[in-house]
Design a protein around this ligand. Sequence first.
Ligand SMILES: NC(=O)c1ccc[n+]([C@@H]2O[C@H](COP(=O)([O-])OP(=O)(O)OC[C@H]3O[C@@H](n4cnc5c(N)ncnc54)[C@H](O)[C@@H]3O)[C@@H](O)[C@H]2O)c1
Length: 440
Amino acid sequence: MKVSVIGTGYVGLVTGTCLAEVGNDVLCLDVDVNKINILKQGGIPIYEPGLEDMVKRNVAAGRLRFTTDMAESARHGTIQFIAVGTPPDEDGSADLQYVVAAARAIGQNMQEYKVIVDKSTVPVGTADKVRVAVQEELSKRGTQLEFSIASNPEFLKEGAAVDDFMRPDRIVLGAEDARAVELMRSLYAPFNRNHDRLIVMDIKSAELTKYAANAMLATRISFMNELALLAEKMGADIENVRHGIGSDPRIGYHFLYAGCGYGGSCFPKDVQAMQRTAKEYGSELRILNAVEVANERQKEVLLDKITARFGDDLSGKNIALWGLAFKPNTDDMRDAPSRVLIKGLWERGATVTAYDPVAMHEATRIFGNDPRLKLVDTQMAALEGADALAIVTEWQVFRAPDFAALKAKLKNPVIFDGRNLYDPKDVRAHGVEYFGIGRL
Ligand SMILES: NC(=O)c1ccc[n+]([C@@H]2O[C@H](COP(=O)([O-])OP(=O)(O)OC[C@H]3O[C@@H](n4cnc5c(N)ncnc54)[C@H](O)[C@@H]3O)[C@@H](O)[C@H]2O)c1
């Protein structure tokens, strides 16, 4: 099947590549010339496990191509995925300018029937806006062409995106005409062989499903984070509580980890956008409001612990930071808790020496060459002469450090563990002071 993917970011590149992998003829478009040039030269603009090899394989097989030419892209795919960014607007609502621009470009250039599929995370009602934009452009051209609109929200997780796409839990499809459903069903057939994962519904429900999923996951995290703060005051251990409740199948273990807050390109903006959408409909999502407030608060927790231990004035102190990405296996630092901690430490006069397995170039892009942030090549090098260690991302390589070596390198053997990676008793047994989140 001929497929075009508009927007070659985390979602677009993974979608296009995985669809090529199962035999489709895919053209990925982006307005970012730099990104497309990297891809055309055999490089890859993002870090995502397994993606680079898959891109290379499919480019070599002639099933995957990249372009900045909108007309070419609009003509190529019978299925036109829109996978552009939907960043928060100033008021927190999703900024739909890129989605609408993509829709207009399709309308300006299409020559025959298309299924226009929204894969970006968009508020309920966006499909109608896409339909109107395409129709307006066709009318301007004085052309009558048939097209279908569908919503196919993406549930992949950065860091496991290829696997999630190739082996999805579910494929949600909002579509209201048989032709679109049939085409999408055959597109997804290779991912559906074991059992039918396609859940077909009306478009508005599909749009809402994506926000509901992220909002539910964010709620679980904020709930555990608030309980962790309470557990600390009470002298209880949140890890014991997590085991205690996770064992209930109605609750389950997933997304119950207390930590230093959620970040990334999805949860923060989607929770905000959902609140904005609710307001437009005269509703208030009180729970989500609290989820967001609790998370903003949680991003300060590590700094609070550091100042409680060392005092408010951190001038002359150097803090080692393990982890910059908002979660492991990605270089994405959008809304990452590390950014809040770094800024907070700087404001109190401290400097930071940081290590992350893949996000260092992203940190350089964000912070430039600020002398208050030193990036080093190994996790142990970050500890050299530092006053304490703060852990912000739960990378596997941080899980079992040599505590004796760690103690020898730190000026003060203190760990502020924002991801509860260690057993406090083990760490303390090595003569290292330990502060987790909600732990005894
Ligand atoms: N990143 C995730 O884990 C994830 C998961 C599920 C859903 N989503 C959603 O998918 C959407 C895309 O997210 P992302 O993380 O891939 O974003 P991204 O910023 O990595 O990529 C978006 C790309 O779209 C391009 N673009 C913008 N306007 C364009 C246009 N008119 N034509 C062509 N290209 C254009 C940008 O240059 C950029 O490369 C968002 O709505 C996001 O909420 C993201």
